[in-house]
Design a protein around this ligand. Sequence first.
Ligand SMILES: *[C@@H]1O[C@H](CO)[C@@H](O)[C@H](O)[C@H]1NC(C)=O
Length: 222
Amino acid sequence: QRYNFKQRFNIQTSYFTGLMQKSVIFPTKTATSFVKLNAADFSDLTAFTVCLRAASEENHDYALFSYATKKSHNELLIWQKSNAQLDLYLGSVITGFSLPKMDAWLRHICMSWESQNGEITAWVNGRRSLTNVSSKGGVVKNGGQFILGQEQDTVGGKFDIEQSFVGEITDVNMWDRALKPYEIKFISQGCYNIGGNLIDCGSTIFTTEGNVIIKDNNDCTL
Ligand SMILES: *[C@@H]1O[C@H](CO)[C@@H](O)[C@H](O)[C@H]1NC(C)=O
């Protein structure tokens, strides 16, 4: 019997339309497990907010959210460092925030940026960081690939096991604007059914590949 590559390595692909009240679990370090997000089409961005809920007990650096274009594999990367710093990469420009170390508690994390003043803000559980100023006048280019669980060194690939995410992610949303503080506070409390206009955890198509578990989290079920 002949097997194709995916059968041989037991790589499973599954599709989900929306992951409302579902968690994505990456149980082990791999270079083959990931989730692709089919974001809505957009023109080059001059602002965004990315929000997600995540928990991890790993002690290596890993990607929480990776967006790669052909020209720039770190076009938009949210990067958690083992020393607790949370970095936002906008191409080659890195802005770091010193925040409490990741742990087993699911925390709501957002990063927002707007080009006009170059303001970057990190949010944890609705609480705002100081605002850093970076990438003023820049854009985030369209036409790239969004991936959870891995850091892309090429569009959709070249993953490094040592940079893979282990833990749980849910409530991934992305907007093409910097949300207001009160909006983030509200969303961080969960269960309000407000999705992003670029990535909407309720309707975006999520493709999982490899050892990825999708589980009802019942966070909002009475
Ligand atoms: C902004 O980020 C850079 C890079 O991480 C850092 O060196 C700088 O201290 C930060 N500025 C503020 C005001 O936090």
